[in-house]
Design a protein around this ligand. Sequence first.
Ligand code: UDX
Length: 436
Amino acid sequence: MKIAVVGTGYVGLVTGTCLAETGNQVICVDINEKKVKMMQDGKLPIYEPGLELLFERNIQQKRLHFTSNLAEAIAEAKIIFMALPTPPGGDGSADLSYVLGAAKDIAKLITEYKVVVTKSTVPVGTADKVTAVMKAHTNIDFAVVSNPEFLREGVAVEDFMKPDRVVVGTLDERARKLMAELYSPYVRQGNPVIFMDERSSELTKYAANSFLATKISFMNEIANLCELVGADVDMVRRGIGSDERIGKRFLFSGIGYGGSCFPKDVQALAKSAEENKYDFRILNSVMEVNEVQKRVLVEKVKKYFKGDLKGKKFAIWGLAFKPETDDIREAPALYIIDDLVAAGAIVTAFDPEAMNNVKGVVGDKISFAENQYDALKDADALLIVTEWSVFRTPDFEQMEENLKSKVIFDGRNLYDLEKMIDLGYYYNSIGRKLIS
Ligand code: UDX
């Protein structure tokens, strides 16, 4: 099938590449000409495990193309995906100007029936808005479909190729058939393509992410309580997760959820509830808990150093909002760096992928190390912020040689408590016994 993807950000690129992989002809379009040129030369502008191989293969096989010309991109496409940013506007609701702008441009260009799909996470009612904007600019028949993505960064290719489910919101019969055909190679193992109306589909995305964020905030509160009552959150997590109604996944306490989706989507859903005069009380608490949790690690550090961090040296392991990505959007590391620097501390950080991105944001406020052990040189303490695999089983001897003091604040509960006792560390993690 011939497909156009408008917007080559994270979602657009993964979508376009994975759609080409099953034999579709895909043209991705972006207004950033420099980026388009780069992709035409076979260079992938983002880091996502497994994507590069597919990207290169499909370009080579001439199934994946790039252009900055929207007319060229959509001329022959049966389905046009919009994967455009929906950043939070000033009041917390999603800013739809990119989506509606593209819808208008597309409407002006079409000459035959097209299916226009919103992949971006958009508030309930957006499909209707897109339809209205398009109707104002064309007399040609079209269908607007809501098809939210559920891609996790780091495993986005796998999530696209083998989705738990595909949600398609449309009441247009022709569009429904085309979408079913398009997704059939991805759901061969029997996972469902769930068809519904546009509004339910739009809300499904927000509900899914908000529910997951709720799970995380709930566990973070349990962790904080564990510390007060002398329980171990990892035990509680295992204890409750074995109940199939609760499930084992997404119950890890830590230093708050970050990334490009959860914070934005929870906020947008709360805002949309408010606009509909509904007080979504749980969501407000989920956000409040997360704000506090992002600062829990620094609070622990401050307590240990009796409020005086001036001139103290800290090593940070991990900057990305989660492992296997260079993404630092809403990363807890940024809040931690700000708090430490504001208190007069000296910070050296290491991250396998995200250092350049952080450099772009914090400049020379902190320094960056070549490897995880160099970051520890003369440090008064190590803060573990992202659970990259390389931090899970480090060379503890090398750590000890470099650290000034054997003090670790672990925001991701990477190490066994017994082991830290044996090694003689002060080890302060989340929701577990303090080892001192
Ligand atoms: C998420 C959703 O999972 C995905 O379906 C959606 O489409 C986009 O948003 P992503 O932002 O890539 O994906 O990351 P995810 O792995 O879901 O983690 C989100 C945040 O929650 C991270 O900050 C992570 O550290 C945190 N988290 C996750 C926890 O604190 N505890 C957990 O148990 C799981």
